[in-house]
Design a protein around this ligand. Structure first.
Ligand SMILES: [Mg+2]
Length: 109
């Protein structure tokens, strides 16, 4: 993968789930479910107040991280479906995605 100078990257490696037969519909629905679970925790985080704040905050942030990884896992599962069933070149798409971010000035080179 072509990397750009001065830009930080976050690389995570998530597995292909070989005990499921995911498809476009099932991964899309799951993605929305997991995004909903993350949104619930963000709502909970916003509603926090009072003495137990610090303790509860830590717990909510912890759960938020777990739900965010569920979102990432489903996104990765959907990428495998696109690659294996629809022959999408995800690496190519990643390059185009980064070019888009540069074009939109979300990152500068
Ligand atoms: Mg979840």
């Amino acid at each position: 993968m072509e990397k750009h100078k001065g830009i930080k990257y976050k690389s995570i490696s998530l597995p292909r789930l070989n005990n499921l037969q995911p498809n476009i519909e099932s991964t899309a629905i799951k993605l929305m479910e997991e995004a909903g679970e993350l949104a619930q925790l963000i709502g909970k985080f916003r509603g926090l107040n009072g003495e137990q704040f610090a303790m509860e905050e830590k717990e909510v942030i912890e759960k938020m991280s777990e739900e965010l990884l569920d979102v990432a896992q489903v996104a990765v599962s959907m990428m495998f479906v696109l690659e294996e069933t629809y022959h999408v070149d995800i690496e190519q798409k990643v390059q185009e995605h980064i070019q888009k971010l540069i074009r939109k000035k979300y990152i500068k080179e």
